[in-house]
Design a protein around this ligand. Structure first.
Ligand SMILES: CCCNc1ncnc2c1ncn2[C@@H]1O[C@H](/C=C/CNC(=O)c2cc(-c3ccc(F)cc3)cc(O)c2O)[C@@H](O)[C@H]1O
Ligand SMILES: [Mg+2]
Length: 214
């Protein structure tokens, strides 16, 4: 049967990227998505904004909601200091199979824990299962109607501390209106918008950075 787009993306990584070189994995995926087949990775333009937020924060504990093929997982993990940890949640087993191989090809698997399952099931188990007190950074890039409920769930589970940064993809396209309204109007967040473009296109999109104030 015909291959899937994530399988073709992984093939492009194995053909064009150097094992153990995260930057070459990122470039191979960007090239594939720009010149062969579009895919919903955060991409190179918004990826640079993601890089600057990670580099400025130097987070020890990072949570990613929605691994997909592992592109942003590699972008984040390559910048983490030794001993820092990224937990990424992916509930589609077919995508998880691809993401594990992309993460391994990049050579950053020792910083990453890919957990197969739904965010709503795993967020409440972060403390007892992973020994996580609070996260320093959360990257939201999963189903857009789950950004808000999962944020409220993380608040309720005590996973956010004064200064935790939530970075949300796609706040314009496809858009997350209920989430934006919440983080921009809640007294518990200081929020700002980083204008950019939808990955590999000229359409507007951007990232919303929201600092939890406690
Ligand atoms: C129980 C559901 C909520 N919890 C979840 N827990 C764990 N993983 C979850 C997940 N939801 C979704 N996922 C996974 O995240 C990924 C989903 C991402 C959804 N992203 C988008 O829809 C998206 C869509 C676009 C897009 C933009 C314009 C356009 F014309 C077409 C698409 C651009 C993006 O950057 C996007 O991120 C998948 O791998 C999915 O299996
Ligand atoms: Mg996205």
């Amino acid at each position: 049967t015909r291959s899937t787009r994530p399988q073709r993306l992984l093939k492009a990584v194995k053909q064009h990227a150097t094992r153990g070189d995260p930057q070459s994995v990122i470039s191979a995926i960007d090239h594939f998505c720009r010149h062969r087949e579009w895919a919903m990775n955060v991409g190179d333009e918004k990826g640079c904004i993601l890089d600057s937020v990670v580099s400025e924060l130097n987070p020890e504990k990072v949570l990613e909601l929605g691994t997909y093929c592992g592109y942003s997982t590699v972008r984040i993990a390559r910048l983490l200091p030794p001993g820092a940890r990224l937990i990424t949640l992916e509930f589609n087993p077919d995508y998880a199979v691809i993401a594990r191989q992309v993460i391994a090809w990049a050579g950053i698997e020792d910083k990453v824990q890919l957990v197969e399952g739904a965010s709503e099931d795993w967020i409440p188990r972060m403390k007892e299962h992973f020994g996580i007190e609070t996260f320093d950074l959360v990257f939201l890039d999963h189903w857009k109607d789950h950004y808000l409920p999962d944020t409220k769930l993380m608040e309720g589970c005590g996973l956010l501390r004064k200064g935790t940064v939530l970075l949300a993809d796609n706040v314009i396209c496809p858009g997350v209106p209920d989430y934006l309204e919440y983080v921009r109007n809640s007294r518990s967040y200081k929020s700002c918008y980083f204008k950019s473009h939808l990955e590999y296109t000229r359409a507007e999109d951007g990232l919303e950075k929201s600092v939890f104030l406690g």
